[in-house]
Ligand binder design. Structure first.
Ligand code: SAM
Length: 331
């Protein structure tokens, strides 16, 4: 078989790799191998798998460099495979969850997005993703846990920021409050306002109470298409605007623009898409945002234009290990 034929066949069947990763994670295989290599039979018995089937999945994932086999049927995690554990620094296990289940099923309808330029979730599930989540509590919990699990990586450029002249941070679309919790834990003078849909923030007051930051936090439920809380010094939008097309992202920015008092600013935690053709993970995420939500990742030029069109000017961009912080001020 020619190299080209081989490569294209692998590309066509690429989802088998990603869903094999998802399946072994669901069974807890990477966590089981955290401390020690393990014989296939023992591994299968301890995670509740059929040994022959698990061995066949692992054959593919050994070739992908995620697991290693010693030639005697004993399997271990490689350095790359370590990232699939739940409890390791920089873990990507939450991303596996976010790319599985309904996020995977929606891709069966992706042609709808190419034809229409819109999300495909409604074509697959009958309504847009966030609306569907509000009616599916277990999926919503999983989504919130997945997002909270990725906050650690997103947060790095924010945590080291100079917060000395900031009093109150408003986390717009802040989910269950993971970002506010880490930020207020690190910077003891800060106060935080968590804003998200009512069902998403319902448990946040007790979470903040347990974390010892109840006195310094306010929780507000609502939609950022209506308005967002006032009186903040810094408004954080972390992984919000990429969920939406330019018209909706513009409405969110306009709500923030109305709420931000003089001297306030916006900190957008997002990816900056390279300008040229690439299979960079951000370009894949760009397609996922389109198919799942009708959103998009943006290049610097697109970020600048979106902000300018809605009453802000782009002030600076700080590149973190995974996301950037785009600072903008009202004009
Ligand atoms: C991709 S998550 C990002 C969560 C969090 N900021 C983070 O960085 O992990 C998008 C968030 O937007 C929230 N959201 C969606 N529609 C909303 C709306 N109309 N008003 C307020 N929040 C909304 C979701 O509930 C979710 O928590």
């Amino acid at each position: 078989m020619s190299d080209i034929n081989h490569r294209v066949r692998k590309q066509i069947m690429g989802y088998i790799v990603s869903q094999s990763i998802s399946a072994v994670c669901e069974l807890g295989v990477p966590d089981r191998l955290a401390d020690d290599a393990c014989l296939l039979g023992d591994l299968a018995a301890s995670v509740g798998a059929d040994a022959d089937a698990l061995g066949r999945f692992l054959r593919v994932l050994v070739a992908e460099g995620l697991f290693a086999e010693d030639g005697g049927g004993r399997f271990a995690l490689t350095e790359a495979g370590e990232l699939l554990r739940t409890d390791t620094p920089g873990s990507l296990r939450h991303l596996v969850g976010l790319m599985s289940n309904e996020a995977y099923l929606v891709w069966g309808h992706a042609a709808h997005s190419i034809r229409s330029g819109k999300e495909s979730f409604s074509a697959a599930f009958g309504k847009p993703y966030f609306e569907w989540l509000s009616e599916n509590p277990s999926a919503a919990d999983e989504f919130a846990r997945g997002q909270a699990g990725l906050v650690e990586l997103r947060l790095l450029p924010l945590l080291d920021h100079d917060w000395s002249d900031v009093g109150t941070v408003v986390d717009v679309g802040g989910g269950t409050g993971a970002l506010i919790t880490r930020l207020l834990d690190r910077h003891e003078h800060l106060r935080g306002i968590l804003f998200d849909l009512p069902h998403v923030v319902a448990e946040a007051p007790s979470t903040f109470g347990s974390a010892g930051i109840g006195e310094r936090t306010t929780v507000v439920g609502g939609s950022f298409f209506d308005d967002v809380p006032g009186n903040g010094d810094v408004y954080v939008l972390s992984q919000i605007l990429h969920d939406w097309d330019d018209a909706s992202a513009g409405k969110i920015l306009s709500s923030c623009r109305q709420a931000i008092p003089p001297g306030g600013r916006l900190m957008i935690v997002e990816q900056v898409l390279p300008e040229s053709a690439t299979t960079h993970p951000m370009a894949l995420l760009d397609l996922h945002m389109l198919v799942l939500l009708g959103g998009r990742e943006r290049t610097i030029t697109e970020w600048r234009r979106l902000l300018t069109d809605h009453g802000f000017t782009l002030d600076s961009i700080t590149q973190g290990p995974r996301s950037s912080v785009i600072e903008a001020v009202p004009v």
